[in-house]
Design a protein around this ligand. Structure first.
Ligand code: PEP
Ligand code: MG
Length: 577
């Protein structure tokens, strides 16, 4: 079977289908360092609950079948306290950063190996008892809201086929196990696609009924450049895909050479290239690709599984400090939570209105949550250059209220005797009103960062996650060119830096346009940095500016595009979107 969707993360991957239907929350995942203490607490809570349950069972059995039969459960109670089990799982959480359920499974494997070697048949049989206790512990972890091990019984590389993926589910996936991602809906700027690109997992979106059509366990080959998905391919087809895989790897290797080169245009203009990150553990990857800072840290991943109520000041502080320390001397720009109602509760279910209570609107309405995040950020700023950025700002009043919140958090910290360094506070320009009124926002902003993903969808009224209208999602639409120009002008007039952190910066053509419009700072998925360097090193800013002036007069996206194609023709670069 051959299906064709939209390639949203280039590359070729082959693996066994793992089908994730809506509501399935069984996942194996790695946790960020900051989540370790919480995961260990959850493990201990599961132990307490399990002990209570086993004691109840023991009492019931003793009553109905006699104390002789109840002794079996004494063994289980002892196992709960054995350092080789829960203690070992806690050590695995710490050292390997696995979620509690996966760590328990690993501990069980180790214990089973010991039992297997035992001479004594009675001892060998106790393996079943340990497995029973582990099963109970894991059940109790699930009861405590753990998305347990969906990947547990599966082997080898997997291709995840999902009908729907919420950002927090995406954040929790064990991406190391994934050779590919296939989704029923989605598009280039869907969060799942952005993440797939940032960690090099080939992905195809907009396959409509893929999650019904592809049977779990089928061999699936994904080409994230062409959008092709083969299900149970024959040997010849598979060979063809493997060939593409090798060519892609060679292309990426050649591109990687650019990661170490300076981001300077052909006429000597220095450009700042930073990375967009979702996890504080990914800074090494960003540096490896040649990014010198983090231009957008999406804090939502810290809420996965715990919700806003569970994201404590200490946990956030640890995550932000880790980011700042590992990127130093590069700067880190952290965006405050950009979530809607469902994620606020730690709910995996996607939904909530894209135009509703989200981003800065939600933060301003949840004073304690916002203050907690701001205190954690200000404390982390003592360890290196950090900037705070607000998402979804649509008016001056919102920005001013958010700045007052920062001042309040700083005052609280000082009253506590903690340091609260002054940090640059900026605005994401991603709502059309913010772009149109950028000159009015500028006096209260230390910097602007243009979020083109949302700016395009709201300006053009095209849902970025809906593949049925994705042909209308046009980053080169004249209205977008003009909006960007307005923001650049407002920033320049006020003397504040303006960067771009949306996906536009990752596409060679669009990057050239942005440079032509006067932008010099960009943040993108880490994997896009080498290609961006390759493009800008061959580009002369004067030529780009001429093309951008023509784009400002163009009447259609096609006209803007043809000007850029002419500009970049000598470079022979592959477009990414
Ligand atoms: C944007 O909107 O352009 C952006 C960078 O943020 P996100 O993709 O997280 O909405
Ligand atoms: Mg956005």
């Amino acid at each position: 079977m051959r299906l064709t969707g939209v390639g949203v993360s280039p590359g070729v991957g082959v693996g066994k289908a793992l089908v994730l239907k809506h509501g399935a929350q069984d996942l194996r995942f790695r946790i960020p360092a900051a989540r370790v203490p919480r995961e260990i607490d959850r493990l201990q809570e599961a132990r307490t609950r399990s002990r209570r349950q086993i004691e109840q069972i023991k009492a019931r059995i003793a009553q109905s079948a006699g104390a002789d039969h109840a002794y079996l459960f004494d063994a289980q109670l002892l196992m709960l306290d054995d350092a080789m089990l829960v203690g070992r799982a806690a050590a695995i959480i710490r050292s390997q950063r696995l979620n509690a359920s996966s760590a328990l499974e690993k501990a069980l494997e180790e214990i089973s190996a010991v039992f297997d070697k035992a001479e004594d048949a009675y001892l060998r049989e106790r393996k079943g008892d340990v497995a029973d206790v582990v099963g109970r512990l894991r059940m109790n972890l699930r009861a405590a809201g753990d998305p347990a091990d969906l990947f547990a019984d599966l082997e080898g590389p997997l291709v995840l086929i999902a009908d729907e993926l919420s950002p927090s589910t995406v954040a929790q996936l064990d991406w190391q196990r994934l050779a590919g991602l296939v989704t029923n809906g989605g598009s280039w700027t869907h969060h799942a696609a952005i993440l797939a690109r940032s960690i090099h997992v080939p992905a195809v979106a907009a396959l409509h009924d893929a999650s019904s059509a592809i049977p779990p366990g089928a061999l699936v080959a994904v080409d994230g450049s062409t959008g092709e998905v083969l299900v149970d391919p024959d040997a010849e087809m598979l060979q063809q895909f493997r060939g593409r895989q090798q060519r892609r790897a060679a292309y990426e290797l050649a591109l990687h050479e650019y990661s170490a080169l300076a981001p300077v245009t052909a006429d000597g203009v220095a450009i700042l290239l930073e990375a967009n990150l979702e996890s504080p553990d990914d800074t090494e990857r960003a540096k490896e690709q040649g990014a010198v800072g983090i231009g957008l840290f999406r804090t939502e991943s810290l809420l996965a599984g715990v919700g806003m109520a569970g994201a404590t000041e200490e946990m956030q502080y640890a995550a932000y400090r880790q980011l700042v320390v590992s990127m130093a001397p590069g700067r880190v720009t952290v965006r405050t939570f950009d979530v809607g109602e469902p994620q606020r509760r730690g709910d995996e279910t996607p939904g909530g209105s894209a135009l509703g209570l989200r981003g800065i609107r939600l933060s301003l309405g949840l004073e304690e949550v916002f203050q907690t995040q701001l205190r954690a950020l200000l404390r982390a700023a003592a360890h290196g250059p950090l900037r705070i950025m607000f998402p979804f700002v649509s008016s001056v009043e919102e920005l001013q209220a958010a700045r007052r919140a920062v001042a309040l958090a700083a005052a609280t910290l000082r009253a506590r005797g903690d340091a609260a360094p002054a940090v640059p506070v900026g605005v994401m320009i991603e709502v059309p009103s913010a772009a149109l009124a950028a000159d009015l926002l500028a006096p209260d902003a230390d910097f602007f960062s243009i979020g083109t993903n949302d700016l395009i969808q709201y300006c053009l009224a095209v849902d970025r996650t809906d593949d049925r209208v994705s042909q209308l999602y046009q980053p080169l639409h004249p209205a977008i060119v003009r909006l960007v120009r307005m923001v650049v002008r407002a920033g320049r007039h006020r003397g504040i830096p303006v960067s771009v952190c949306g996906e536009m910066a990752a596409d060679p053509l669009q990057l050239a346009l942005l440079i032509g419009l006067g932008l010099r700072e960009f943040s993108m998925a880490p994997t896009s940095v080498p290609l961006a360097k390759r493009v800008l090193r061959d580009l002369r800013t004067a030529d780009a500016a001429r093309t951008a002036s023509a784009a400002l007069r163009a009447r259609t996206a096609a006209a803007v595009e043809s000007g850029l194609l002419r500009l970049l023709a000598p470079l022979e670069v592959k477009r990414t979107s």
